[in-house]
Design a protein around this ligand. Structure first.
Ligand code: GTP
Ligand code: MG
Length: 200
Protein backbone atom coordinates (compact mmCIF):
# COMPACT_ATOMS: atom_id res chain seq x y z
CA UNK A 1 0.00 0.00 0.00
CA UNK A 2 1.26 3.45 -0.85
CA UNK A 3 1.01 6.12 1.85
CA UNK A 4 -0.01 9.32 0.08
CA UNK A 5 -0.86 11.43 3.12
CA UNK A 6 -0.56 11.25 6.89
CA UNK A 7 -1.36 13.81 9.51
CA UNK A 8 -1.96 14.11 13.23
CA UNK A 9 -5.63 14.45 14.21
CA UNK A 10 -5.75 14.67 18.00
CA UNK A 11 -4.62 13.35 21.35
CA UNK A 12 -7.26 12.00 23.73
CA UNK A 13 -7.29 10.56 27.20
CA UNK A 14 -10.68 8.85 26.90
CA UNK A 15 -12.37 6.83 24.16
CA UNK A 16 -15.29 9.25 24.17
CA UNK A 17 -12.93 12.12 23.26
CA UNK A 18 -11.39 10.23 20.32
CA UNK A 19 -12.24 11.34 16.74
CA UNK A 20 -15.53 10.45 15.12
CA UNK A 21 -15.68 6.71 14.33
CA UNK A 22 -16.41 7.07 10.61
CA UNK A 23 -13.07 5.50 9.62
CA UNK A 24 -11.67 2.13 10.63
CA UNK A 25 -8.59 2.24 12.79
CA UNK A 26 -5.43 0.25 13.43
CA UNK A 27 -4.03 0.34 16.95
CA UNK A 28 -0.37 0.03 17.97
CA UNK A 29 0.23 -0.97 21.56
CA UNK A 30 3.04 -2.43 23.65
CA UNK A 31 5.39 -1.76 26.53
CA UNK A 32 6.87 1.63 26.95
CA UNK A 33 9.98 2.07 24.75
CA UNK A 34 9.20 -0.95 22.54
CA UNK A 35 9.21 1.28 19.44
CA UNK A 36 5.53 2.07 18.71
CA UNK A 37 6.04 5.69 17.71
CA UNK A 38 9.16 4.86 15.68
CA UNK A 39 7.24 2.20 13.77
CA UNK A 40 4.40 4.60 13.03
CA UNK A 41 6.92 7.05 11.59
CA UNK A 42 8.54 4.30 9.55
CA UNK A 43 5.19 3.10 8.19
CA UNK A 44 4.21 6.63 7.17
CA UNK A 45 7.69 7.53 5.87
CA UNK A 46 7.84 10.40 8.28
CA UNK A 47 10.52 11.50 10.74
CA UNK A 48 8.35 13.18 13.31
CA UNK A 49 4.68 12.36 12.88
CA UNK A 50 4.71 10.46 16.19
CA UNK A 51 6.94 11.79 18.95
CA UNK A 52 9.94 9.68 19.86
CA UNK A 53 12.30 10.04 22.75
CA UNK A 54 15.08 8.16 24.45
CA UNK A 55 13.04 8.55 27.64
CA UNK A 56 10.44 5.79 28.04
CA UNK A 57 6.90 6.89 28.68
CA UNK A 58 6.87 9.57 26.00
CA UNK A 59 3.40 8.74 24.64
CA UNK A 60 0.87 9.30 27.41
CA UNK A 61 -2.30 9.85 25.42
CA UNK A 62 -4.19 8.12 22.62
CA UNK A 63 -2.85 9.71 19.43
CA UNK A 64 -4.87 9.50 16.22
CA UNK A 65 -3.31 9.98 12.78
CA UNK A 66 -5.33 10.01 9.57
CA UNK A 67 -3.72 8.10 6.71
CA UNK A 68 -4.61 8.49 3.01
CA UNK A 69 -7.70 10.38 4.21
CA UNK A 70 -9.22 6.94 4.74
CA UNK A 71 -8.09 5.20 7.95
CA UNK A 72 -6.73 5.99 11.38
CA UNK A 73 -3.46 4.80 12.76
CA UNK A 74 -3.43 4.96 16.56
CA UNK A 75 -0.38 5.35 18.80
CA UNK A 76 -1.32 4.23 22.32
CA UNK A 77 0.53 4.90 25.58
CA UNK A 78 3.07 2.28 26.54
CA UNK A 79 2.27 0.07 29.49
CA UNK A 80 4.59 -1.25 32.16
CA UNK A 81 7.22 1.45 32.50
CA UNK A 82 8.91 0.57 35.80
CA UNK A 83 9.91 4.09 36.79
CA UNK A 84 6.38 5.48 36.79
CA UNK A 85 4.42 5.77 40.02
CA UNK A 86 1.61 3.35 40.86
CA UNK A 87 -0.91 6.09 40.22
CA UNK A 88 0.52 6.92 36.78
CA UNK A 89 0.57 3.25 35.83
CA UNK A 90 -3.07 2.92 36.89
CA UNK A 91 -4.07 5.94 34.81
CA UNK A 92 -2.35 4.51 31.71
CA UNK A 93 -3.98 1.13 32.31
CA UNK A 94 -7.38 2.84 32.52
CA UNK A 95 -6.77 4.75 29.26
CA UNK A 96 -5.84 1.52 27.45
CA UNK A 97 -8.71 -0.55 28.90
CA UNK A 98 -11.31 2.14 28.16
CA UNK A 99 -9.96 2.51 24.59
CA UNK A 100 -10.18 -1.19 23.75
CA UNK A 101 -13.51 -1.83 25.42
CA UNK A 102 -15.36 1.23 24.11
CA UNK A 103 -13.94 2.12 20.71
CA UNK A 104 -16.00 0.31 18.09
CA UNK A 105 -14.05 1.04 14.91
CA UNK A 106 -10.84 -0.85 15.72
CA UNK A 107 -10.21 -3.07 12.74
CA UNK A 108 -7.01 -4.60 13.99
CA UNK A 109 -4.58 -4.30 16.89
CA UNK A 110 -0.84 -4.75 16.64
CA UNK A 111 0.94 -5.75 19.85
CA UNK A 112 4.59 -4.76 19.67
CA UNK A 113 7.19 -6.94 21.34
CA UNK A 114 10.92 -6.20 21.65
CA UNK A 115 12.48 -9.12 19.78
CA UNK A 116 15.55 -9.09 22.04
CA UNK A 117 13.71 -10.02 25.22
CA UNK A 118 12.32 -13.23 26.67
CA UNK A 119 8.53 -13.14 27.12
CA UNK A 120 7.68 -10.60 29.83
CA UNK A 121 4.84 -11.24 32.26
CA UNK A 122 3.20 -7.90 31.52
CA UNK A 123 3.01 -8.59 27.76
CA UNK A 124 1.65 -12.11 28.27
CA UNK A 125 -0.97 -10.76 30.70
CA UNK A 126 -1.97 -8.05 28.23
CA UNK A 127 -2.34 -10.50 25.32
CA UNK A 128 -4.33 -12.83 27.58
CA UNK A 129 -6.63 -9.92 28.40
CA UNK A 130 -7.07 -9.07 24.69
CA UNK A 131 -7.84 -12.70 23.94
CA UNK A 132 -10.34 -12.97 26.79
CA UNK A 133 -12.10 -9.87 25.45
CA UNK A 134 -12.20 -11.23 21.88
CA UNK A 135 -9.94 -8.48 20.59
CA UNK A 136 -8.12 -9.75 17.54
CA UNK A 137 -4.41 -8.90 17.37
CA UNK A 138 -1.20 -9.55 15.47
CA UNK A 139 2.31 -9.37 16.91
CA UNK A 140 5.07 -7.12 15.59
CA UNK A 141 8.54 -8.00 16.84
CA UNK A 142 10.50 -4.74 16.92
CA UNK A 143 14.17 -3.68 16.83
CA UNK A 144 15.24 -6.64 14.66
CA UNK A 145 18.33 -4.66 13.60
CA UNK A 146 19.71 -5.13 17.11
CA UNK A 147 19.95 -8.93 16.82
CA UNK A 148 22.62 -11.19 15.45
CA UNK A 149 21.69 -13.75 12.80
CA UNK A 150 21.19 -16.65 15.24
CA UNK A 151 18.91 -14.65 17.56
CA UNK A 152 17.04 -13.27 14.54
CA UNK A 153 16.17 -16.81 13.46
CA UNK A 154 15.51 -18.28 16.92
CA UNK A 155 13.91 -15.54 19.05
CA UNK A 156 10.50 -15.16 17.34
CA UNK A 157 9.86 -18.93 17.28
CA UNK A 158 10.89 -19.31 20.92
CA UNK A 159 8.59 -16.43 21.85
CA UNK A 160 5.63 -17.81 19.92
CA UNK A 161 6.11 -21.25 21.45
CA UNK A 162 5.93 -19.81 24.97
CA UNK A 163 2.92 -17.70 24.00
CA UNK A 164 1.15 -20.80 22.73
CA UNK A 165 2.01 -22.77 25.87
CA UNK A 166 0.90 -19.95 28.19
CA UNK A 167 -2.22 -18.65 26.42
CA UNK A 168 -2.97 -21.22 23.72
CA UNK A 169 -2.84 -18.80 20.81
CA UNK A 170 -0.60 -18.46 17.79
CA UNK A 171 -1.18 -15.00 16.31
CA UNK A 172 0.15 -13.92 12.94
CA UNK A 173 3.44 -12.08 13.41
CA UNK A 174 5.81 -9.68 11.67
CA UNK A 175 9.48 -9.00 12.24
CA UNK A 176 10.34 -5.34 11.93
CA UNK A 177 12.98 -2.68 12.27
CA UNK A 178 12.17 1.00 12.10
CA UNK A 179 15.83 1.60 11.38
CA UNK A 180 16.13 -0.66 8.32
CA UNK A 181 12.39 -0.60 7.49
CA UNK A 182 12.29 -4.39 7.61
CA UNK A 183 8.69 -5.62 7.77
CA UNK A 184 7.22 -2.29 6.68
CA UNK A 185 5.64 -3.55 3.44
CA UNK A 186 4.20 -6.67 5.08
CA UNK A 187 2.60 -4.65 7.88
CA UNK A 188 1.11 -2.14 5.43
CA UNK A 189 -0.18 -4.98 3.23
CA UNK A 190 -1.79 -6.59 6.23
CA UNK A 191 -3.57 -3.28 6.92
CA UNK A 192 -4.58 -2.70 3.30
CA UNK A 193 -6.05 -6.19 2.99
CA UNK A 194 -8.47 -5.29 5.80
CA UNK A 195 -9.10 -1.64 5.12
CA UNK A 196 -12.45 -1.92 3.48
CA UNK A 197 -13.39 -5.16 5.15
CA UNK A 198 -15.97 -5.45 7.86
CA UNK A 199 -14.83 -4.61 11.36
CA UNK A 200 -13.78 -7.55 13.48
P1 GTP B 1 6.65 5.16 24.61
O1 GTP B 1 6.03 6.28 23.84
O2 GTP B 1 7.50 5.60 25.73
O3 GTP B 1 5.66 4.13 25.02
O4 GTP B 1 7.73 4.44 23.64
P2 GTP B 1 7.53 3.87 22.17
O5 GTP B 1 7.09 2.47 22.23
O6 GTP B 1 6.72 4.80 21.34
O7 GTP B 1 9.05 3.83 21.63
P3 GTP B 1 9.78 4.87 20.68
O8 GTP B 1 9.33 4.72 19.27
O9 GTP B 1 9.73 6.23 21.30
O10 GTP B 1 11.28 4.29 20.73
C1 GTP B 1 11.98 4.12 21.94
C2 GTP B 1 13.48 4.07 21.64
O11 GTP B 1 13.79 2.91 20.86
C3 GTP B 1 13.99 5.27 20.83
O12 GTP B 1 15.28 5.60 21.31
C4 GTP B 1 14.07 4.73 19.40
O13 GTP B 1 15.02 5.41 18.62
C5 GTP B 1 14.45 3.28 19.62
N1 GTP B 1 13.93 2.39 18.56
C6 GTP B 1 12.64 2.24 18.19
N2 GTP B 1 12.52 1.37 17.17
C7 GTP B 1 13.78 0.95 16.87
C8 GTP B 1 14.33 0.02 15.90
O14 GTP B 1 13.64 -0.61 15.08
N3 GTP B 1 15.68 -0.15 15.93
C9 GTP B 1 16.49 0.50 16.82
N4 GTP B 1 17.81 0.23 16.79
N5 GTP B 1 16.02 1.37 17.74
C10 GTP B 1 14.67 1.60 17.76
MG1 MG C 1 5.61 6.45 21.88
Amino acid sequence: MKITSSSFVKSSSKSKDCPDQKFNEYAFIGRSNVGKSSLINSLTNSKKLAKISGTPGKTLLINHFIINKKWFLVDLPGYGFARKSKKEKRIIEEIITDYFLNRNNINLTFVLIDIRLKPQKIDLEFMLWLNQNNIQFKIIFTKADKLNKKEFIENPDKYLEILFNEIGIHPEHFISSSKSKLGREEILNSISSQIDSKRV
